[in-house]
Write a protein that binds this ligand. Sequence first.
Ligand code: TRP
Length: 458
Amino acid sequence: MAKRTSLHGFWSSRLVFILAVSGSAVGLGNIWKFPYMAGQNGGGAFVLFYVLCVFGIGLPIMISEVMIGRRGRRNPIATMRIVGEEEGTSATWGFVGALGILAGFLILSFYSVIAGWTLGYLFYSLGGSFHEAGPVDIHKMFVSVQRNWPMILLWHTVFMGLTVLVVARGVERGLETLVSIAMPALLALLAILFVYAAVAGDFSGGARFLFQADFSALTPSAMLGAMGQAFFTLSVGMGAIMAYGAYLPEGTSIARTSFAVCTADTVIALLAGMVIFPIVFANDLDPAQGPGLVFEVLPLAFGNMPFGTLLAPVFFVLLLFAAWTSAIGLLEPAVAWSVETHGRSRAAAAIVIGGLIWLLGFMTIFSFNVLRDRRLLGGTFYENIDHVATNILLPLGGLLLTVFAGWVMCKNSSADELDIGTGLGYRTWRFLARWVAPAAVLVVFLHAAGILRKLGIV
Ligand code: TRP
């Protein structure tokens, strides 16, 4: 059978693909979300469970996604449909792609707002606002930023505009330089911050919080949060990695690339945690304060460290770049789908879909000010959008994708596409994809819904 070819061109090299996938994985999820989630869920045990989910569930699913994507070579909906039919089941599998596109839509709506905060903090840092500031000043600043929603709306608009711009022009152009410079530079700055936090912060307190597991803190909802965070930070479960896999030339090692991306992503998240928590404990801040955590901790570090006035703007620019390359990955599947099914131009599709996501973003903006007290099932709009997308849609999408890769696709197809022979590596992937990942997602779902307890299992 002749292999299909991509409709949107190919990555020019293996390196560009690695850059694109790591660019989508490393983002606000590592620097902003991981520390605040770890803080809210009691640290150690959450972190351990999160790392287990990354390698036991996220990695096999990432491999599955790239593999299905390269097999189908279309947008996630069409790919699932085509490969599903080819493997002798039905085109109904296309709905998994649709589920993913919905998740990307929801995630980008709040992602862009938080990236907007980053943009705002870039301006403050340029104005030297953090200089010698104390925790109280920084807290006041965060509160006044949140109150000033027209300004956040402006930043959110700028960020969505930048994202639409890149996706409209085609993902590859621009992405290469952005990722190959921004990623190593971000890592270097994190390393500098890490040294500062180790010297000036409560290093052992931070390390204890992050790595000493107290399993009584690992409630069912913390487990669900850790699993959702693993999906979120790796960008898996929604077909984004599948869309990138569709542009992957033959002959690239999917398994090795995926393993490298998962490792790098985990290292960056843990490093961010080891920057944040020593400073939190040295200043008696609340680790469980939520989404504002890094925006209240990092300015404090920059305001009081040597060369902080210089390093702060650099850091926020790099974080912005990291968020940008992730946002591009969040928008791409929906745009590829619209271009392929409705024959729209990339530009028109990116503008229309980006515009709708921008509108939904208002709900997140208002969740931190005028609608702060408007709660549904105990959460603000932001918390609900995040919960549905991250903790439900991503793991559900991932579950279906891995069942598809492990059970629906025959051994010949997956072995052919992965091209690592049928030895230990392949068998390990297949075992994880068929049994471990689906079972783990199901168990965490049932546990979070309280069903295991009702059945008397735990
Ligand atoms: N992984 C990104 C981050 O950590 C966020 C994200 C979730 C994402 N799903 C995605 C990015 C899909 C691109 C594609 O910040």
